[in-house]
Ligand binder design. Structure first.
Ligand code: ADP
Ligand code: MG
Length: 670
């Protein structure tokens, strides 16, 4: 039977069961073979009862020696009790409301029961154990289930699937499986479902993990090749000198290198797809500005999309004077832009009189139409969903794309997450940055800390205080913005004008609060992490983070990046009553290197700390882990590059190509 036939053709699977399987996203026989067990029961050597109930599940080889009549007890519960013997001692086996299990077991029958053994030394019991035939040996698969499907049903279906296919062609090129000593597909699938031992299981997993990452990586590379196939606007005119002359400072070497690369990309006739990674404060905005100016001077339009209104406004206010000096018209479009202004902006965008549009995801509306789209820039790209990135990219058709991120992700992770992008790194901070130190503040020094903050505010400096939540919450005693502001009234900070910022405020109110802080009118800002991204107030010198254990290292590094942006000595003060978190937080006291911190974060919390799963846009990984399988990521990246060099569209590997396409269906990055 063809592996792509519906599972309906398998013995024992009718319409109803097929519908249940579809909930596990299993439609074809091949899908079923790819439904990997989530665990295994060890039935290699079932033994007698363990001497004591040690709480872990055991496989007990036994014979049924007695059956009691079912006993109905309160609440409609029926107990089905049996007696069994392991040859040395008897024990009670109880099933609750499951006549099926009870009926299956006959007196005199040999069987293997799998479960926890409870009771005491003299009287042992097993409650609701799983039943296996005495002939069952090896590692027994445990499948993900959905209501209506049982382990036995799924196992039988998988067996039927193996029986129905006669061998499976291996999509991986044989030279690769040979090079890495990997079993072929059929052997690997047998090994993952019904391994004889852990050795076989490990070999199967190795092969399937390799294959999974290899296909993800190939998909990314193919995306990249396809993107490069369309012809993009060519920016002939270089305008760097004019641009630099309009700046109040000289560009850093790293900024200049990034801009040069962008110039090369945009002069090539191929669309640029570039990620600009740079630590907080490395000056990514200026690189974005250069890219937008480049587009405008070459007669194209550009967009800069930021994840929050605060940030969009900040970009607009920071960049529009610069653009004006260069004779470039620039507008701001957010959710709170007034209808009349919006209409005017869209008209100017449509007739080309507006060259740069800065904004939030409001830029993605259907009626936002560029007449000469050339350059799309996405700031803090990890804050956007895949869908939003894709939509902006679509608006720009074959235009150039620059995505920027201040979350330096570990290089190996970038191979997977940004495999379809070229990467530039800003590895140099602009000069004149003040010293910034980070300290863990024990609770008993809280009063001293407030006095310290007061002294600094008195000399004209500004302070951020970040709390993990907005309001008091009955379920925890985490610090909250509202309660905190109240509590400050009992400290030396009581008379300091204080702004309050959080995600529940209306955009206009947020702006007002942010403007008050930026102008120095309110030297103190108590906030949730909404200030995390991008905000730039040079006069702010102290960042206090309450319940610091609640945040990932990368997020804390971001928060810390809000201070130390001017010339005054700056501080990041972390408070946490969670002793276990202290070691983790110490990394921040030791290092200001975003990459090192990101690596540490990856080790501590996994890749989820960088991207929500729904955000990263990668196909779901079934077996591979981006933490433990990092070395495989490196291997597959090299192998994929080598294969595509020889066969750029995988024409000689149609089966592999089909699998890659299926894997990426609907889930492509950007
Ligand atoms: P980020 O990379 O975190 O987005 P920004 O672009 O906000 O950093 O830049 C941080 C600060 O550094 C801003 O105030 C910006 O004006 C300033 N800056 C950027 N480039 C330079 C430079 N070459 N020399 C001096 N200051 C710079
Ligand atoms: Mg920024």
């Amino acid at each position: 039977m063809d592996k792509n036939s519906s599972i309906r053709y398998l013995k024992g699977i009718g319409e109803k069961r097929a519908a249940l399987f579809s909930k596990l996203r299993v439609f074809s026989i091949y899908d079923l073979l790819r439904l990997y067990p989530r665990d295994y029961l060890d039935l290699r050597a079932p033994g007698g009862l363990p001497p004591y109930g040690d709480g872990t599940p055991h496989a007990v080889s036994c014979i049924i020696v007695g059956k009691q009549a079912p006993a109905r007890i309160r609440g409609g519960l029926t107990l089905y009790k049996l007696r069994a013997s392991d040859g040395k001692e008897d024990f009670t086996v109880t099933f609750y409301n499951t006549p099926y299990a009870y009926d299956r077991l006959e007196i005199g029958q040999e069987t293997v029961l799998y479960g926890r053994v409870t009771g005491n030394l003299l009287k042992k019991e097993m409650n609701s154990p799983q039943i296996f035939s005495a002939a069952n040996r090896g590692l027994v698969p445990v499948y993900p289930l959905t209501a209506g499907l049982t382990q036995n049903l799924v196992t039988a279906a998988v067996k039927a699937a193996f029986a129905a296919v006669d061998g499976l062609p291996d999509p991986l090129p044989p030279e690769l499986t040979a090079r890495h000593g990997l079993p072929d597909l059929y052997t690997a699938l047998r090994g993952i479902h019904f391994p004889a031992d852990f050795h076989q299981l490990a070999a199967a997993r190795k092969r399937l993990i390799y294959e999974e990452l290899f296909q993800v990586r190939l998909g990314l590379s193919l995306l990249k090749t396809e993107a490069a196939a369309c012809s993009a606007p060519v920016f002939h005119l270089s305008c760097t000198e004019e641009f630099e002359a309009a700046l109040p400072f000289a560009l850093t070497g790293a900024q200049r290198r990034a801009i040069d690369t962008i110039k090369q990309d945009t002069a090539s006739g191929r669309p640029m797809n570039r990620l600009l990674q740079g630590d907080v404060g490395s000056g990514k905005t200026m690189v974005a500005a250069a890219a937008l100016v480049l587009a405008a001077k070459n007669g194209f339009q550009g967009a800069l999309m930021a994840p929050t209104e605060i940030l969009a406004v900040q970009h607009y206010e920071g960049l529009s004077p610069l653009f004006e000096r260069l004779g470039i018209r620039c507008g701001l479009l957010t959710g709170s832009t007034k209808a009349k202004e919006r209409t005017a902006l869209l008209k100017a965008l449509g007739d080309g009189s507006l060259q740069v549009l800065i904004g939030t995801h409001a830029l993605l509306s259907d009626d936002v139409q560029f007449c000469a789209p050339g350059m799309a820039v996405i700031d803090e790209q990890h804050r956007f969903g895949v869908e939003q990135r894709r939509r902006l990219n679509e608006k720009f058709g074959c235009g150039h794309l620059l995505v920027m991120s201040a979350t330096p992700i570990p290089r190996t992770l970038a191979l997977i997450f940004y495999g379809d992008l070229d990467i530039s790194i800003l590895d140099e901070l602009p000069p004149g940055r003040a010293e910034l130190t980070t300290h863990l503040i024990p609770e008993y020094k809280r009063a001293d800390m407030y006095a310290f903050l007061k002294r600094h505010i008195d000399t004209g400096e500004q302070v951020y205080i970040v709390c993990p939540q907005i309001e008091e919450n009955e379920e925890n005693d985490l610090k909250n913005v509202t309660g905190y502001v109240e509590a400050l009234k009992k400290t030396p900070l009581r008379d300091v004008p204080c702004g309050i910022l959080h995600g529940k405020l209306k955009p206009a109110d947020k702006d007002r609060v942010m403007a008050g802080f930026a102008s120095g009118e309110t030297p103190l800002l108590v906030s949730t992490t909404v200030i995390e991204v991008g905000v730039d107030v040079k006069n702010a010198t102290i960042m206090v983070v309450e319940n610091a254990e609640r945040f990932g290292l990368s997020a804390l590094h971001q928060l810390r990046g809000r201070v130390g942006r001017g010339s005054r000595r700056s501080y990041c003060l972390l408070l946490s009553e969670n002793a276990a978190a202290l070691d983790r937080l110490k990394v921040l006291c030791r290092s200001r290197d975003g990459f090192l911190i990101a690596d540490e974060d990856l080790k501590q919390r996994g890749p989820g700390s960088f991207f929500g799963t729904e955000q990263h846009g990668l196909p779901e990984l079934k077996l591979a882990s981006l933490v433990t399988d990092m070395d495989v990521v490196r291997t597959v990246s090299e192998d994929a590059a080598e294969l595509l060099r020889r066969d750029p569209a995988l024409k000689a590997h149609p089966a592999l190509r089909a699998e890659v396409d299926a894997l990426w269906k609907g889930g492509a990055i950007l």
